[in-house]
Ligand binder design. Structure first.
Ligand code: PLP
Ligand code: TYF
Length: 394
């Protein structure tokens, strides 16, 4: 049986992680995988997470099963974090999932159950796992224009033109904030135009929000998602806690199904529970419980928000430093987009050959599409990167 299996394509981002590990050059710089790293290059456990885990270890007296959708308190806390008061709680069904990836997968499963012919429109480019999972599931997929390779901003006219081609029954996958891999994002006026467009075509939005708090702030980063949830008849939201709580390996995420028609909630909640049961029964609990404790405790929440803000500002500082350094070395503003982008990533917009050259000649690792993880830098490595970019003739 096993000999019937075919080799599957590797995840390019994860393959790059291994390549970096195997590189003996001491000066190597890892700007590949999207993991936050501090100035020392470490991905620390956040203070509030440590405190909550300690409290949990002392207080938890059972690890028995919780429920197919996870702890309802986790859903309450995350709905509040992501949606604020944009919609009433009774408009939202939700289920905990193994990470944001689990939420994305379950969302696709739910879409397919509701409408096997649904086409899922993804941004060009998008997080490669979106495309990989859709292909694996055999779901119809289409792309909408997103990145303008000339300005390194959003090709908004192209995006809207393409979204006008959607139909009722289609789904449009949007990044809630901090677009991966480009770093280019919609402003609120543009979000409103997207909403108006989809209201006209009847397509349903699905939002993947994996970096709330990494862009302009916790509330600001959720504004587009909240606008969508309050304006559209239905939407799906896949939220990840991996980055903003730093609980990557705990696999903590949630899928929300929002409907203006409260009468649909029983059906959507039942479907989410069913889908969890089909795929893994009960979702992981530890990370979700820690997140819930943090969001419920005013002290832990304040400490978490303060540390998240430090993380956000450190990435913004690195963006400004890099854009400034490149302006100085190039004598032009052509790298100003790096300071305008938000989140962990920026797409430089150079060729795979140049990405290879940076790796071969300068031991600088970025993803082949020229995505760089800003958090992989520190004050000392920014000038090294800037010089390498100019030396390579980018
Ligand atoms: N969606 C996007 C756009 C991401 O970049 C990530 C990255 O980590 C995820 C979802 C899901 O992450 P995780 O499954 O680790 O929570
Ligand atoms: O895009 C990234 O780098 C992160 C981490 O299969 C990641 O989202 C990368 C690949 C993957 C899962 C997560």
């Amino acid at each position: 049986m096993f000999s019937n299996l075919k080799e599957q394509p590797a995840d390019k981002i994860l393959a790059l992680m291994q390549l970096f590990k195997d590189d003996p050059r001491p000066q190597k710089i890892d700007l590949g995988v999207g993991v936050y790293k501090n100035a020392e290059g470490l991905t620390p456990v956040m203070r509030a997470v440590k405190t909550a885990e300690k409290q949990l270890w002392e207080a938890q007296d059972s690890k028995s099963y919780v429920g197919l959708a996870g702890d309802p308190a986790f859903a309450d806390a995350m709905i509040d974090l992501v949606l604020g008061d944009a919609v009433a709680r009774e408009n939202v069904a939700a289920a905990a999932t193994p990470g944001g990836t689990g939420a994305v997968r379950q969302a696709f499963e739910m879409i397919r159950m509701a409408n096997p012919d649904a086409r899922v429109f993804v941004s060009n480019p998008t997080w490669p796992n979106h495309v990989s999972i859709l292909k694996f599931m055999g779901m119809p997929m289409a792309e909408y224009r997103y990145f303008d390779s000339a300005t390194r901003g959003v090709d908004f006219d192209g995006m809207i033109e393409d979204l006008k081609q959607t139909k009722a029954g289609d789904v449009v996958l949007l990044h809630g904030c901090c677009h991966n891999p480009t770093g280019a994002n919609l402003n609120l006026v543009q979000w409103q135009i997207v909403v108006d467009t989809l209201l006209k075509t009847g397509a349903i939005p699905m939002i993947d929000i994996a970096y709330q708090g990494f862009g302009d702030g916790l509330e600001e980063d959720a504004a587009g998602t909240r606008l969508v949830a309050s304006s559209m008849p239905e939407c799906l939201i896949a939220a990840s806690c991996s980055k903003n709580f730093g609980v990557y390996r705990e696999r903590t995420g949630i899928l929300m199904a929002v409907a203006q028609d409260k009468g649909l909630r029983g059906l959507t909640q039942g479907t989410l529970n069913f889908l969890n049961r089909q795929n893994y029964s009960f979702p992981p609990d530890h990370g979700a419980r820690v997140v819930t404790m943090i969001l419920q405790s005013p002290e832990l929440r304040a400490d978490w928000a303060a540390e998240l803000e430090e993380v956000r500002l450190s990435m913004l500082g690195l963006r400004e430093q890099l854009a400034g350094e490149l302006q100085r070395l190039s004598g032009s503003d052509r790298f100003a987009f790096i300071a305008d982008h938000r989140g962990m990533f920026s797409r430089l917009g150079t060729t795979p050959e140049m990405v290879d050259k940076l790796r071969a000649e300068h031991a600088i690792y970025m993803v082949g599409d020229s995505r760089l993880n800003i958090a992989g830098l520190n004050k000392n490595s920014v000038p090294i990167l800037a010089k390498a970019i100019i030396d390579c003739g980018i």
